[in-house]
Each structure stands twice: as structure tokens, then as C-alpha cells.
Design a protein around this ligand. Structure first.
Ligand code: FES
Length: 521
């Protein structure tokens, strides 16, 4: 890699979606209140659910731990497509054509619904219709592409087998879906959030839900001790912060993936693309006030595990350089996705015994249409008592082989991480260069030390506050990440993403941290 590129890629990660929109400033919850429905989580699912349910005349509260549309939704590639890799033939083979049809109809309907909401609310969100492609460079995927074209066509999707895409990549085959789209997710969702807020939906930011109790109604408690009482609750927090009485922590794992936004000498030819094989490589463009950028996405690994995370950006840059004449890298960012064992989301009743508690999670890397589909499913379940797509998304469905194998692998992996952290032999010193971090053991305690660019030391207890796994340093994002269920913490110990709800013990001074470590939480 040349020195100039190395310098550019060292710039701190920043999402274009966040950089090109204003930060929101909704109030904190500072009193006890009640509502018909409380939605926990102010990402795309929470806002779309609030929009649809407000239109049914219900009184809605949204509780957001940080600021709305800043987490996964603020770090997506924002492809509005029902083409989720080669998914339809897989669902057909594992679960039957009926459930494959439900998934296709839900996601195709979602594409149109997203556009309709933009039109009805007069939202300018850089919406552009696009064709979507899954391509392969490998012989062994040709038959899978062919099968996908047939199954998708049988399900009513406009799908076509093609042998070329407009890039210097030696592809063997591709499946093309027409009538797909892309947009700017924050322009869309911030405008929609403002509209529903003006219409009476109460949105509270920096109001983290930390507990749910069931009495006659549900009572949600925030980190500031304030309570919201509601008949119904939707958990739309990405990874669920609440597990009782379900078993989501053994059925969902977190993965991180990466985007570099480049400026290229060549003009982008249109279309949204992803490959069929690993490692993932995806492409789309975005017109900005400062010209066109091309989003080159891919690479993935379990959160808190794997190699030095900065390497993933470098790998994507190598891929970009093979296709384009790269002139600049104005943005780069990473995101976190919740993965389920059979690759399909969990949307519906939290468990079959909790008729008024709902969840939407596990979208894999396909959150745009699945979020819209989730909002429609939850609206229908709450208002009508049923949804035409409830079976394929049912959180209580039986996971079918071969995905059951994933259950054993993923849970073995969590147990391994719990054990691993406790037994590590760790360095004794904390000599660090600016920008560097390491784990040190002091008086038997495992401490994460990070030195910032100004030479200040930031020390945390690296035991995850969720269930006690040991955290690992994420060099690209400068965060402490949990290898078990994907919680992430800033180098000052604040929760970036759950399921953890409590911060890490933190200090700039080793003596103070040692004192804190001796205290009980
Ligand atoms: Fe579960 Fe850390 S996220 S132990």
C-alpha cells in the first residue's frame, strides 16, 4: 500500500450518513410516563414501527439509549433490496416454498412501502431506483446462481441470469433483480422521525432502557431510574438487551463488517452489487454535495474476535484499487449486524407466552427491507392479531438442520471466549505509544489500557458488564468489544452497543481504577 493511501486510511472512521446530516436533540426522559406502546430503540425499526402504529391512532413512546439513527442504521450501506445474497433457494430447500414466498413478498412489499412513505411525507432522501446483482467469480457457484434465478422467478421476483457486470471483475455468473433501490437512510429517517414527533409520538434520547418488568402492564425502567408504563412493548434495540424468558443470547451472534467510501476517476456505472462467496465484497454509489463517492463494502468477523481490525479497511482498499483509479478515501466506517442461526430474522412475539411483548432483530446484513417488513408485521400482529408473513419471521420457529449445527458452533464459541479471557497470560507493563492499547494484568486484575493521541491514559476493567466475557481491543474503532454477544464500549467505558447496559469501570489513574475494581457493581 502506498504511503499516501496509508495516511488517508489512518483518518478516523466516519460514516458519510452521519457526516452529511445533523445530530438530533430530542429530550431525555425525566419523569414517569405511560403510553399504549413503548418502542425501545430509535433506529430504522423503531421509527418505522412508530410511524405505522401512530397511523393506527396509538399513543407511542420511543426510548433511545443514545441519539436516534446513529447505530447500525447510521452505518449501513442502505441498499433497499429484496436480494439478500442467494437466499430464496436456501429458504425453499430448508423450510419449503411457502415460507420462501412469505419472505419474498415481505421484502418486495417493503421496497414499495419505503418509497410510499417517502412520497407521502415529502421526504428528500436521495432515493434512486437500481438493479441489484449477486455475482460469482467461482465455478462452483454457477449452479447456485442459476437455482436462485429460477426460485426467485417462481416467487414472482423479476430475476434474470446474466454473465457480465460493468466492472473489471472476471465473473462467471450473476443474478439480477430489477426494481430495487438505494437511499440516504438518515435523510429519510430523521425527516420521518421529525414528522411523527410533530404528530405526537414522544421520542426520548439518551434514555437507555435497562429493565422490563411485567405487572398488569409492562414497566420499562431507564438508566436514570425513570419509568414508562405501557400495555405493549417492542424491543427494537438490534441485539436484545432483555433475554427473559427467551434464549436469544444462544441464538444470535454479532458480526462486524466494513465500508470504505472512495472517490474514483471513473464514473460509477449504476447498480448495487454483492458477491456470492466469502469474503463479501459489495458496491454502490452515492451522489454527495462534493461529487460522487463509491461505497466498497465487505469483510466480516465475529465482534471482538479476529485480526487487527484496521486490516479489514486495507483489504477493501486493495479490492477498490483493482477496480477503480482511487483518488481519495473521504469516509470509512464499520457496522455491526445481528446474525441468527438459520439466517432469517426474528420478528414477532418475544416468546409464544408473551402476547404483548414483541421483538425485531437478526436481520443479518439486510436491514433496510427487513426493517420495513418488521414494522408491517408488528403493526399487523398488534392491530389484526396476525400477519401474512409471521411464520417465516416467527422468533419461536424451530431451527432446521443444517443450521442447528451453527447452534453448537456459536455456543461453543461463546463458552470458549469466557474461558479464554480468564486464562490469558498478559503483559505486565503499560508502555504505550499514542493511539495504542493493550491488556495488562495488575494485582491479578485484567485492565485495558489505551493511550490517546495527546498521550492521556484511559484504563478500563475489561470484564464485560453483560455476562462477564473478557473484552478485546478494536484498533480501527478504538473500542473494547465483547467476543461473546457483541457488546461494545468506548475507551472510557461507555456502552456503545448492547446487550450490555452498564458501563465499564473506568479511570485515567491506575490507583483509582484499582479502588473501583474492589467495589461491587
Ligand atoms: Fe454478553 Fe459481553 S456481550 S458477555
Amino acid at each position: 500500500m502506498d504511503i499516501d493511501r496509508q495516511k488517508k486510511i489512518k483518518n478516523p472512521p466516519q460514516s458519510y450518513w452521519l457526516a452529511s446530516t445533523d445530530t438530533t436533540d430530542y429530550p431525555n426522559l425525566n419523569e414517569d410516563i405511560s403510553a399504549d406502546i413503548v418502542i425501545v430503540g430509535g433506529g430504522i425499526v423503531g421509527i418505522l414501527c412508530a410511524y405505522l402504529l401512530k397511523n393506527e391512532g396509538l399513543n407511542i413512546v420511543i426510548l433511545e439509549a443514545d441519539h436516534i439513527v446513529q447505530g447500525t442504521t447510521g452505518h449501513t450501506t442502505a441498499k433497499i433490496t429484496s436480494q439478500h445474497g442467494l437466499i430464496y433457494d436456501k429458504i425453499k430447500s430448508q423450510m419449503g416454498i411457502g415460507l420462501a414466498r412469505q419472505y419474498a413478498e415481505a421484502n418486495e412489499t417493503a421496497i414499495h412501502e419505503i418509497k410510499k412513505i417517502a412520497d407521502d411525507n415529502q421526504i428528500q432522501c436521495d432515493y434512486v431506483p437500481q438493479a441489484a446483482f449477486v455475482f460469482t467469480e467461482q465455478e462452483k457457484y454457477i449452479q447456485k446462481i442459476s437455482d436462485e434465478v429460477k426460485t426467485a422467478s417462481d416467487l414472482g421476483i423479476k430475476a434474470e441470469y446474466v454473465e457480465e457486470i460493468p466492472f473489471p471483475i472476471s465473473i462467471r455468473a450473476a443474478v439480477r433483480f430489477d426494481n430495487q433501490a438505494q437511499f440516504h437512510p438518515r435523510k429519510y429517517l430523521l425527516a420521518l422521525a421529525q414528522n411523527i414527533y410533530n404528530d405526537g409520538v414522544r421520542i426520548f434520547e439518551q434514555s437507555r432502557a435497562v429493565d422490563i418488568e411485567e405487572d398488569n402492564n409492562y414497566v420499562i425502567t431507564t438508566d436514570k431510574g425513570k419509568k414508562v408504563t405501557a400495555q405493549k412493548v417492542i424491543i427494537a434495540t438490534h441485539y436484545p438487551f432483555y433475554n427473559k424468558p427467551a434464549s436469544y443470547y444462544t441464538r444470535i451472534y454479532s458480526e462486524r463488517s466494513y465500508v470504505v467510501a472512495i472517490k474514483a476517476r471513473e464514473q460509477y456505472p449504476g447498480g448495487i452489487y454483492i458477491n456470492a462467496e466469502d469474503p463479501a465484497r459489495s458496491l454502490r454509489n452515492q451522489v454527495t454535495d462534493d461529487g460522487e463517492i463509491i461505497l466498497v463494502g465487505g469483510d466480516h468477523h465475529k465482534t471482538g474476535q479476529g485480526m487487527d481490525t484496521t486490516k479489514h479497511y486495507e483489504t477493501l482498499m486493495d479490492f477498490a484499487n483493482n477496480i477503480f483509479t482511487v483518488e481519495d478515501i473521504p469516509f470509512r466506517w464499520s457496522t455491526q449486524d445481528c446474525m441468527t442461526l438459520d439466517g432469517l430474522p426474528y420478528v414477532g412475539q418475544f416468546t409464544s407466552d408473551t402476547p404483548n411483548l414483541y421483538i425485531a432483530t437478526g436481520f443479518g446484513k439486510w436491514g433496510m427491507t427487513n426493517s420495513m417488513a418488521s414494522a408491517m408485521i408488528l403493526r399487523d400482529l398488534i392491530i389484526e392479531g396476525e400477519s401474512p408473513w409471521q411464520d417465516v419471521y416467527n422468533p419461536s420457529r424451530k431451527t432446521i438442520l443444517p443450521s442447528a449445527k451453527n447452534f453448537i458452533v456459536e455456543n461453543y464459541n461463546v463458552a470458549e471466549q469466557l474461558l479464554d479471557g480468564k486464562l490469558s497470560q498478559l503483559p505486565k507493563d503499560i508502555d504505550l505509544d499514542p493511539g495504542e492499547a493493550k491488556v495488562v494484568k495488575i494485582d491479578g486484575e485484567r485492565i485495558g489500557a489505551f493511550k490517546d493521541d495527546d498521550g492521556n491514559l484511559h484504563l478500563v476493567d475489561t470484564t464485560c458488564t453483560h455476562m462477564g466475557c473478557e473484552l478485546n481491543w478494536n484498533s480501527a474503532e478504538r473500542s473494547w468489544d465483547c467476543p461473546c454477544h457483541g457488546s461494545r464500549f468506548s475507551y472510557e467505558g461507555e456502552v456503545i452497543s448492547g446487550p450490555a447496559v452498564k458501563p465499564l469501570k473506568f479511570s485515567n489513574d491506575i490507583n483509582t481504577l484499582e479502588r473501583l475494581l474492589k467495589d461491587e457493581y
